[in-house]
Design a protein around this ligand. Sequence first.
Ligand SMILES: [Zn+2]
Length: 215
Amino acid sequence: MRIVLVGPPGAGKGTQAAFLAQNLSIPHISTGDLFRANISKGTDLGKQAKSYMDAGQLVPDEVTIGMAKDRMEQPDAVNGFLLDGFPRNVSQAEALDVALKADDVKLDAVLDLEVPEDEVVKRIAGRRICRNDSAHVFHVVYKQPEAEGVCDVCGGELYQRDDDKEETVRKRLEVYHTQTEPIIDYYREQGLVVTISALGKVEEVTARAMEALGR
Ligand SMILES: [Zn+2]
């Protein structure tokens, strides 16, 4: 199956992508991983991406598309893949269509994870991260530490990242609405969109997604 996963920040997209890819035995292709892999291997595209990132600029669509295309043509992606974080705008979606057509394959579904905006803000703005290790993540409502402001794992101080502040989250949602949501309409015209609620436990959402995909 060839799937594109879309959803606002805070929808749990990365977590769902990992579980779904495993359940469907297809690689999980995320833009973050693509950038990291190309930069660490020093590929031409990686070098280009790095020069933009070092200059504090957005990586142009052509570079991202090139990396995604290379990855989709690897042997493990012959029978399908799950794209996470790409395409993130209509021009990338159009370029993806061209790339797939060149390989004579088609997308099977675009899985749209839906979460009410206030829930997104609650999820992200409630996160508290440990100063000693960013993998120690807590939440003021959903995963409270035993002692307020203190990491259960190592005793470190918990803080809220600037990225997680409500104002920043609202801005990220705005970017999602203006740039990424139009791709849902683009794919709807192709009859590919499957929308599910991303509320509830991680395993419930995965089960809902598998059912919606007919698996
Ligand atoms: Zn800690």
